[in-house]
Each structure stands twice: as C-alpha cells, then as structure tokens.
Design a protein around this ligand. Structure first.
Ligand code: NAD
Ligand code: UDP
Ligand code: UDP
Length: 343
C-alpha cells in the first residue's frame, strides 16, 4: 500500500512509486501552499499517487525539502521556493492553501509574519483562484473556536477567542482568512472549501516544534522528563495525519462550501496522554508538571456529524497504531541526527 511505498522511499530507495495514470481530462493541476510541511507533504503523496500534477509552494520556514524529496524529478511534480505574502502567478485547477506555521512556538516566534501569511497570503491565493477560476480549500483550525464554551464543538459555534492574546496572530488570522474566503465566494462566485482541522499528529511532524505529541514522544524516547503544562486536566482529541488528508481530498471533491470540522473525537486529558505515550515507548521517564500556557484551551473535541454526513468521512486510524507509527518515525529521526552529529 501507499504507506509501505513511502516508508521504502524514506529509507532511501530512490525510485518513484507507481503513480496512477490519468488521462488529460481527469488529471488536475493542483497547488499546495505549505506543501513541504507536515500535513502538506502527506497531501502531496496522496495526490501524486492519484496521478495529478502537483505544485508545492513553500518558504521553508517550518517545512523541509526532505519531506517531499522523493518526488523531486518526477514529471508531475514541481517545488517552488516562494513566500505567499508575495503575489504568485501560475495556472492551476485547485488550491489547497496550507501555508502557515501551525504550532504555538512557531506561530508566536514572529506573530507579525504569522498575521501577514494569514491575511496577505490568503488574499493572494484567493486572487489567484479568482483569476484562474480555481477551487480553493483553506486549512483552517479548531483554534477559531478559541477556548470553547461549547463542548464538543460543531461548525455553528462562533468561538471564544482573545483578540489580543498570544495566540491571536494565529486564531484571529485564521478567522479572517475564513472571512476572506466567504467574501470571495459571495462577491466573485469563487468555489471555496473550509476545513477546520483539529490536532493532528504523525510522521514528519517537526522534532522541535513544541507540540505535545512530538514533545512527549521525544522525551519518552530519550528517558527525559515528560513535561505536562498546567495540571494536565485539559483535553485534546488527536487525529492521525492520513485520516486528515483523506478528509481534505473528500472535502475538495464535495460541493459543500460551509466550514467542516476534520478531527478525531477520541478525547483524552493531557495527563492521560502522557501515560499512554510513556507506556507505548516503554521508557522510564518521569511525568512532571510545568507552568500552564496562557490562554490554553481547556477542552477540545470535534463534533464531526457534518463530515460524516456530507463527506462520508470519519477517522480510521486507532490511537495506538498512529502513536506507534509516529514513535517509529521519531526513533529513526533521533538515530539520523546522532549519526549526522558524528560525521
Ligand atoms: P507545518 O508548519 O508543518 O506546515 C506549514 C508549511 O507552511 C511549512 O512548510 C512552512 O514552511 C510553510 N509556510 C509558512 N509560512 C509560509 C509563507 N509565508 N509562504 C510559504 N510557505 C509558508 O504545519 P502543519 O501542521 O503541516 O499545518 C498545515 C496547515 O494545517 C496550517 O495552515 C495549519 O494552520 C493547519 N492546521 C494544522 C493542525 C495540526 O495539528 N497540524 C491543526 C489545525 C490546523
Ligand atoms: N494575485 C496573485 N496571483 C494572481 C492574481 C492575483 O497573487 O494570479 C494577488 C494580487 O496581487 C492581489 C490579490 O491577489 O493583491 C487579490 O487579488 P484580487 O484580484 O482580488 O484583487 P485586486 O488585484 O483587484 O486588488
Ligand atoms: N502541552 C504539554 N506539554 C508539552 C506541550 C504541550 O502539556 O510539552 C499541552 C499544551 O499546554 C496544550 C496541549 O498539550 O494543553 C496541546 O498542545 P499543542 O501545542 O500540541 O497544541 P494546541 O495547544 O494548539 O492544541
């Protein structure tokens, strides 16, 4: 299957997977902004395997060439080093707009840049979509719900966001990006799709991006303390990345333009999660508490009724399998970084 092929490629067997052959009529020209990042690179794999022409645009702020290097040289693939804050003129049929730093330490590192990417960057992609009459899918986020007063969150909930807090560059940035999509839909009859993505994990997450899954796995693998921020009673619901990209492709193909939650409703407290990961890694880490993050949402779980009904989509990968695949990935990454330090 696809997973096996990609594992082969990542282990350095340099050959292209056998992609499906599509006739000119069925083959789409697809732009993926942020395609060298964690989610974007898995989407590249899926759409390339389906036989489409894929162009990745990325400024490599948090993305890496290595995430897509197995496609470099393939005739259907193109990688452009470009910052979407600047206009972009190309010809495409569909745009998956994912470019934006996604983890709190990354998006807080340069909040003004995060705002520019979400506002100017999104306007540019909408302007492009308008000029070439492409469909545009925005990778929005559960963060538009802020620290939610409604649980679980469905798409009709308007959210509870601090407009001047440390997360605002991201939360408010994505909220206005959604607003822009609907303005272009209304005024320019653009076809838009809005995916509200909940916490996602899997191989190719960055080692140092500070998200809870990568932190806990790396800490457990190195027998370091597992750091729980606050009292650990806050909850999150984690989906495996291949489930998400299946949902994104289904959403793009649908004729539904209102926002759709994509996430796994399997909810855990962060403390629980620390125990689960330590158990699966079988290490000897201690679980320790650290000060709580400001404005950290207390509870988060998607209501995915809409995605189930409209897209016939729901997550399939159970947590133990997903975490084990991710542990494997980070184990290899640690070996690789130790190896490169020695050389
Ligand atoms: P990521 O940081 O791995 O990927 C983002 C990519 O965008 C990177 O490759 C980065 O270099 C690129 N980028 C950033 N700013 C850019 C700019 N100005 N011009 C061009 N490229 C730029 O993050 P990810 O987890 O893959 O997230 C992808 C998208 O999904 C983001 O829009 C994020 O907001 C959204 N999302 C992710 C999650 C999650 O849990 N991973 C949850 C909700 C929403
Ligand atoms: N844009 C782009 N690529 C295109 C078309 C437009 O990057 O192929 C940018 C353009 O720079 C503009 C933005 O998208 O700033 C919004 O475009 P729109 O046509 O809506 O606005 P206008 O050009 O009329 O101000
Ligand atoms: N978290 C934690 N320890 C860490 C990293 C994160 O306890 O080392 C907590 C964090 O405070 C939050 C949850 O885990 O409550 C999810 O954090 P993450 O940054 O992964 O995503 P987000 O807050 O955007 O959902």
């Amino acid at each position: 299957g696809l997973k096996g092929r990609i594992q082969d490629l990542e282990q350095g067997k340099k050959k292209f997977p056998e992609v499906k052959f599509l006739t000119y009529k069925d083959r789409k020209r697809i732009l993926i902004t942020g395609g060298a990042g964690f989610v974007g690179s898995h989407l590249v794999d899926l759409l390339m395997m389906e036989g489409h022409e894929v162009t990745v645009v990325d400024n490599f702020f948090t993305g890496r060439k290595r995430n897509v290097e197995h496609w470099i040289g393939h005739e259907n693939f193109e990688l452009l080093h470009h910052d979407i804050v600047n206009p972009l003129y190309i010809e495409v049929d569909e745009i998956y707009h994912l470019a934006c730093p996604a983890s709190p330490p990354n998006y807080m590192y340069n909040p003004i840049k995060t705002i520019k990417t979400n506002t100017l960057g999104t306007i540019n992609m909408l302007g492009l979509a308008k000029r070439v009459r492409a469909k545009m899918l925005l990778a929005s986020t559960s963060e538009v719900y802020g620290d939610p007063e409604q649980h679980p969150q469905n798409e009709d909930y308007w959210g509870h966001v601090n407009p001047i807090g440390p997360r605002a560059c991201y939360d408010e940035g994505k909220r206005v990006a959604e607003t822009m999509c609907f303005a272009y839909k209304k005024q320019e009859s653009l076809e838009v799709r809005v995916a509200r993505i909940f916490n996602t994990y899997g191989p190719r997450m960055h080692m140092n991006d500070g998200r809870v899954v990568s932190n806990f796995i790396l800490q457990a693998l190195q027998n370091e303390n597992i750091t729980v921020y606050g009292d650990g009673t806050q909850t999150r619901s984690f989906q495996y990345v291949t489930d998400l990209v299946d949902g994104l492709v289904k959403l793009m193909a649908s004729n539904y333009s209102m926002p759709v939650n994509l996430g796994n409703p399997d909810e855990h407290t962060i403390m629980d999660f620390a125990h689960i990961i330590r158990g699966l890694v079988k290490g000897s880490s201690k679980i320790v508490r650290r000060p709580a993050m400001q404005d950290d949402p207390r509870r988060r779980r998607p209501d995915i009724t809409r995605a189930k009904k409209l897209l016939n989509w729901e997550p399939k990968v159970p947590m133990t399998l997903g975490i084990n695949l991710t542990i494997e990935y980070f184990r290899n990454e640690l070996l690789r970084s130790r190896h490169s330090q020695r050389n």
